[in-house]
Design a protein around this ligand. Structure first.
Ligand code: SF4
Length: 435
């Protein structure tokens, strides 16, 4: 199964190629200098990432032809708004209509939705979020891969199991060859079109070395690269962009500056936000978000977290639960309930601009085996699969018992595709973000 559908280039609008997918046209920024009308391409995140031969495209399109429309129909049915809910919960319906017409929610309105406690109203909220997702993104669901290239980190984030607080865990750093081999397995072996390279703030590997690895990947593989190496500074971001990275995954973790300072010794929210803003200015796609359930965090903070993500031009929202790790200062703080996280995702779908994708994080999946389905049915439309070599995954111990930690990649893919098909989603990136 391929993780994108090839599209046919119909023409150009400035630097954007106009790409046709079964009669639907999307725009994607092309960096392929000799791209021309009539070429087949794969696009991800609004970028044309690679060209494919007409023969290969033909084969894939043949597989997708009927399935594409069948899945859309299943999704449309599953995301219809319940008439009883719409009639009964006028306030939620009103905010949903505002979200559908591109209007903004105030922070008080976001907070109001977060505070809904009546189970039937909550149920309506989740279904309304799913309805908004379907209207804005149709049935597309991004399936990205993540490779954890190093668990070295010099920082002391209070919630993180691979922080410097953890003196017991063996540390690793994949070599350039090991990273290229993992990329090859994901791209050539399994058809991934977008990969996140992630590590702690690893002082032992310079940005120049990271840029060199990205250049080597881009030379050999048609894949969209996101980087998640913590804060690398303006110059670092420039080097990574020049090497070919096009996305940055950097969460601000909390919009509460005081809380941020407490949890991140030696760092400030201001600096983190400046880095995210700079990344956007340079042209990176932004994946950002927060942790929910942090000690000292209020619902007001969470409402502001959602609002702040929108202000940061988020392309994909990553909201994860705080999960206690025994080797950190927050070892005894309980994790939040899955239901609270799902409600937060749903509210984010109401509050964020149409094009924003919402990720079901591995952290959320760690709270419950049902979380992936629940998140996707409450406004989310993105998942990440762990592409890290299996023997290294337990060492990327950011929190205990990570979901899918021991699942071989092929098994993760089979399970993901089965779930997506059962709810009518296509593992594609053809949503408004690609337009
Ligand atoms: S959250 Fe990131 S920067 Fe902080 S300790 Fe963990 S790996 Fe390091």
């Amino acid at each position: 199964m391929c993780y994108a559908i090839p599209g046919l280039v119909k023409g150009f609008d400035g630097k954007h190629a106009i790409v046709d997918y079964f009669g639907e046209e999307k725009k994607a920024l092309s960096e392929l200098l000799d791209l021309k009308a009539g070429d087949y391409v794969y696009a991800q995140g609004g970028f044309v990432i690679t060209r494919v031969s007409a023969e290969e495209a033909g084969k894939t399109l043949e597989t997708w032809k009927d399935l594409f429309f069948e899945l859309k129909e299943i999704d449309q049915k599953a995301s219809r708004l319940s008439p009883w809910g719409a009639a009964r919960y006028d306030h939620v319906r009103g905010l949903m209509e505002r979200a559908l017409s591109g209007g903004k929610l105030t922070q008080a309105e976001i907070l109001g939705l977060l505070n809904i406690a009546d189970p039937r109203e909550q149920e309506f909220l989740l279904s309304a979020a799913n309805h908004i997702r379907q209207e804005h993104h149709s049935n597309s669901c991004c399936v990205h891969g993540i490779i954890e290239i190093s668990n070295m980190c010099a920082e002391q984030c209070h919630y993180c199991g691979i922080s410097a607080w953890n003196t017991k865990i063996p540390r690793y750093r994949l070599s350039k060859e090991e990273i290229l081999s993992a990329v090859q397995g994901a791209v050539d072996g399994h058809g991934f079109k977008a990969l996140v390279l992630q590590s702690g703030e690893d002082a032992g590997r310079s940005v120049d070395e990271l840029a060199d690895i990205i250049r080597a990947i881009k030379k050999r593989f048609g894949v969209l690269i996101f980087v998640s190496f913590g804060e690398v500074g303006e110059e670092g971001l420039e080097k990574l962009y020049a090497a070919g990275a096009r996305g940055v995954l950097l969460r601000f973790e909390t919009s509460n500056a005081e809380l941020f300072k407490k949890l991140h010794p030696g760092s400030t929210l201001e600096r983190r936000l400046a880095e995210i803003r700079k990344a956007h200015e340079l042209g990176f796609l932004i994946v950002t978000g927060a942790l929910v359930g942090l000690p000292g965090q209020t619902q007001q903070d969470v409402a502001r977290d959602i609002e702040l993500a929108g202000e940061l031009n988020v392309e994909m929202l990553s909201l994860g639960p705080f999960l206690p790790h025994p080797a950190t200062p927050l070892a005894n703080i309980p994790a939040p309930d899955m239901a609270d996280l799902i409600q937060t995702l749903a509210v984010a779908r109401f509050a964020l601009p149409a094009q924003v994708k919402i990720l079901v994080t591995t952290g959320l999946e760690t709270l419950s085996p049902d979380a992936r389905r629940a998140g996707l049915m409450a406004g989310a439309n993105s998942v990440m699969l762990n592409v890290t070599p299996v023997d290294k995954r337990p060492l990327y111990d950011i929190y205990p018992k990570r979901a899918h930690q021991d699942d071989p990649l092929a098994e993760q893919i089979t399970a993901t595709i089965a779930l997506l098909e059962s709810i009518g989603r296509a593992p594609t990136d053809l949503s408004v973000g690609a337009g």
